[in-house]
Design a protein around this ligand. Structure first.
Ligand SMILES: Nc1ncnc2c1ncn2[C@@H]1O[C@H](COP(=O)(O)OP(=O)(O)O)[C@@H](O)[C@H]1O
Ligand SMILES: [Mg+2]
Length: 362
C-alpha cells in the first residue's frame, strides 16, 4: 500500500512523492494499492496513475474525498484491507504485506501513523513510533542527539500555551544573538520558519511559527555549508549505510534561506549539488555523523541527516528527517543515485527492509 497525502501542511509534497514512487515501483513484483489520506484525514482509494500526482506549473496536487473509504485490519487476526463504498462494506481489497507511508509532517512522519500500523500489526517502511516522534520534534531531536555526543546548535524552546513576554524575547536575543531562526517545533518543508535579523521582528516570527505548532523553537544561526546525507538501514542486522553527501546552494538572494518556495517552486533559485564538492575527510566525517544520528534516534529504514559544515570542518547537525522528500528530484534519492543505488532500486530496497523486519517490539 502506497499511502500519501495526509493532514499536515506537507500534503501536496507527499502527493508528489507518491507520484515518483508509483512511477518507479516494479508492478511485476508488487501489487500496488494507492491510498490517499485527505486533508481531513479520510483514507480513500486513490488514482495510482503517477501523472495525477505531480507539481505542474506551480500547482500542487491534493487527495480528494471519494465515496470509497479504506479500513486497515481491525486486529491482528488477518491483514485484510477493506473498502467501504457509499457506506456499504465492499469486497475485501486483499491482504496488505507492507505499507509505504510517504507522509511528511505531523500525522504521518511523527509516529502517530506508525502507532496505528503497529496496532493493526501491519509492516511498514521506515522508522517506528519513537524514532518518528523524536525526529519530528526539533526540540526532542536535539536533546537525543546532544545526549549521544553529537553537536547541535544553541537553541531555546517557547513551550505551547505560554505567552511570551518582552523579558523572554530579550533573553532569547541576549542568549542566542542575531540572526535567529524561529521554527514550529514539529513541521517540515520550512513551513512557518522565519529568519529574524532584527529583534523587533521576533514576536511576528513566533506568531507565524505558532500557526503551525504551539510549541516553537528558536535557534542561533548556524554558519557553514548546508550539507545533507542519506542513510539507509542495514540488511539482516548489518550497520546502516550512508550515501555520498549533497549540498544545498541557495543561489537566488530573494530566498533568505532554503524556504518552501526554494524547495519546491523555484527550481532556478536553488542548486542541489550532488555529490557535494567536499574533501574526502569531510565526506567521511559527515557520513559518520549521519550514521550516528540515525542510530541515536533509533531510526529504521531511511533518514536524511542535515548538517552545517563550518570552515574549520566542524559538523553541526541541523535536523534528521525520518521521511525525507522522496520525489526522483529530491535530495535523498539523488544522493543514493550518485552512490550507486538508483531510484527504483531504492524503493525496492526500502520495501525489502520493511518486509524483513518483524512487527511489534523489536
Ligand atoms: N539554525 C540555522 N542556521 C542557519 N540556517 C538555518 C538554521 N535552521 C534552519 N536554517 C535554514 O532553514 C531551512 C529549513 O530549516 P529546517 O530546520 O531544515 O526545517 P524543515 O524541517 O522545515 O526542513 C534549512 O534548510 C536552512 O536553510
Ligand atoms: Mg530541513
Amino acid at each position: 500500500m502506497v499511502l500519501f497525502g495526509g493532514r499536515s501542511g506537507e500534503h501536496a509534497i507527499s502527493c508528489a512523492t507518491a507520484g515518483g514512487v508509483l512511477r518507479a515501483i516494479d508492478r511485476d513484483r508488487y501489487d500496488v494499492v494507492a491510498v490517499g489520506i485527505t486533508r481531513a484525514g479520510q483514507w480513500v482509494l486513490a488514482d495510482d496513475d503517477p501523472d495525477r500526482w505531480v507539481i505542474r506549473d506551480g500547482r500542487l496536487p491534493e487527495v480528494e474525498d471519494t465515496a470509497t473509504h479504506v479500513l486497515l485490519p481491525q486486529g491482528t487476526a488477518d491483514r485484510e484491507v477493506r473498502v467501504v463504498r457509499d457506506g456499504e462494506l465492499a469486497a475485501p481489497l486483499g491482504a496488505v504485506d507492507v505499507v509505504f507511508p510517504l507522509l511528511h509532517g505531523p500525522f504521518g512522519e511523527d509516529g502517530t501513523l506508525q502507532g496505528l500500523l503497529e496496532l493493526a500489526d501491519v509492516r511498514y517502511v521506515g522508522s517506528g513510533v519513537l524514532a518518528s516522534a523524536v525526529g519530528m520534534d526539533k526540540h526532542m531531536m536535539k536533546l537525543v542527539l546532544a545526549g549521544s555526543g553529537l553537536t547541535v546548535g544553541p537553541f531555546r524552546v517557547l513551550p505551547a500555551g505560554r505567552e511570551v513576554d518582552a523579558a523572554t524575547y530579550g533573553a532569547v536575543v541576549a542568549d542566542l544573538g542575531l540572526p535567529l531562526f524561529v521554527k514550529p517545533a514539529r513541521a517540515g518543508s520550512s513551513l512557518g520558519i522565519s529568519r529574524v535579523d532584527d529583534a523587533a521582528d521576533l514576536p511576528a516570527a513566533v506568531a507565524a511559527a505558532r500557526e503551525h505548532d504551539p510549541k516553537v523553537i528558536v535557534e542561533a544561526a548556524l554558519v557553514g555549508r548546508e550539507i545533507e546525507c542519506g542513510v539507509l538501514g542495514g540488511r539482516a542486522g548489518a550497520s546502516p549505510r550512508a550515501s555520498l553527501p549533497g549540498e544545498i546552494l541557495v543561489t537566488d538572494t530573494r530566498h533568505a534561506f532554503y524556504d518552501f518556495e526554494a524547495k519546491y517552486l523555484d527550481e532556478a533559485g536553488v542548486t542541489l549539488a550532488c555529490p557535494a564538492d567536499l574533501p574526502a575527510d569531510v565526506v567521511a566525517r559527515v557520513q559518520d555523523v549521519a550514521v550516528r544520528a540515525f542510530e541515536a534516534v533509533g531510526c529504521e529504514g531511511l533518514a536524511r541527516v542535515d548538517v552545517f559544515v563550518a570552515d574549520d570542518g566542524n559538523v553541526v547537525v541541523n535536523e534528521i528527517n525520518t521521511m525525507p522528500g522522496f520525489t526522483p528530484y529530491s535530495m535523498y534519492p539523488r544522493m543514493w543515485d550518485v552512490t550507486g543505488v538508483d531510484y527504483a532500486t531504492l524503493v525496492d530496497e526500502l520495501v525489502g527492509l520493511a518486509l524483513e523486519r518483524p512487527t511489534g517490539l523489536r
